[in-house]
Design a protein around this ligand. Structure first.
Ligand code: S3P
Length: 170
């Protein structure tokens, strides 16, 4: 697959808890590409957890750093890149990743997302008393955007289905 795919990157987008990191790691293993998680990359470069960045420097600062690192990572060849859930809200981020990569949307059912998120306290956007309502509101608001910006959507985030879509699209 790597040879057939050439130097293109495989980029995963989708809502928080849609499985981008888990699927991304597996996709990297089976394709032989290197795996990069954009959120972890940002945390490493900034030397801070995302929740602390939001709390201490604000969301605007986070979004600007996110854009800068996405631009940087998009210049790599042959990586699987998992984006943060809000990354594709900025058209310039979408344009940057699509220049060198195939943008794949993990269209995970909402009940799975809730299940995945129930173990997590690291998402500042959802750290509110009305967590579940806020998650649904954001999910509904973003769903159409993920569909619109991506090259392909995978309804069930099973690795075999993601691979199938990737293979069909090359
Ligand atoms: C965000 C998603 C998070 C992280 C930040 C903001 C969002 O990434 O980038 O908390 O706006 O959806 P994950 O999708 O990996 O949780």
């Amino acid at each position: 697959l790597h040879e057939k795919y050439g130097k293109k990157n495989l980029v995963l987008c989708g809502f928080m808890g849609s499985g981008k990191t888990t699927i991304g790691r597996k996709l990297a293993r089976v394709t032989g590409l290197d795996f990069v998680d954009a959120d972890l990359y940002l945390e490493e470069k900034e030397g801070m957890k995302i929740s602390d960045i939001f709390a201490q420097k604000g969301e605007a600062y986070f979004r600007d750093r996110e854009t800068a690192y996405i631009r940087e990572l998009s210049q790599r060849d042959g990586i699987v890149l998992s984006l943060g859930g809000g990354a594709v809200l900025r058209p310039e981020n979408v344009a940057a990743v699509k220049e060198t990569g195939l943008l794949i949307h993990l269209d995970t059912p909402f009940y799975r997302i809730l299940k995945n998120l129930s173990y997590s306290n690291s998402r500042p956007l959802l750290n509110r008393p009305d967590k579940q309502a806020e998650t649904r509101r954001l999910y509904n608001a973003r769903k159409a955007i993920y569909h619109r910006v991506s090259d392909t959507s995978v309804r069930s985030p099973k690795l075999s289905e993601v691979l199938d879509k990737v293979v069909k699209s090359v």
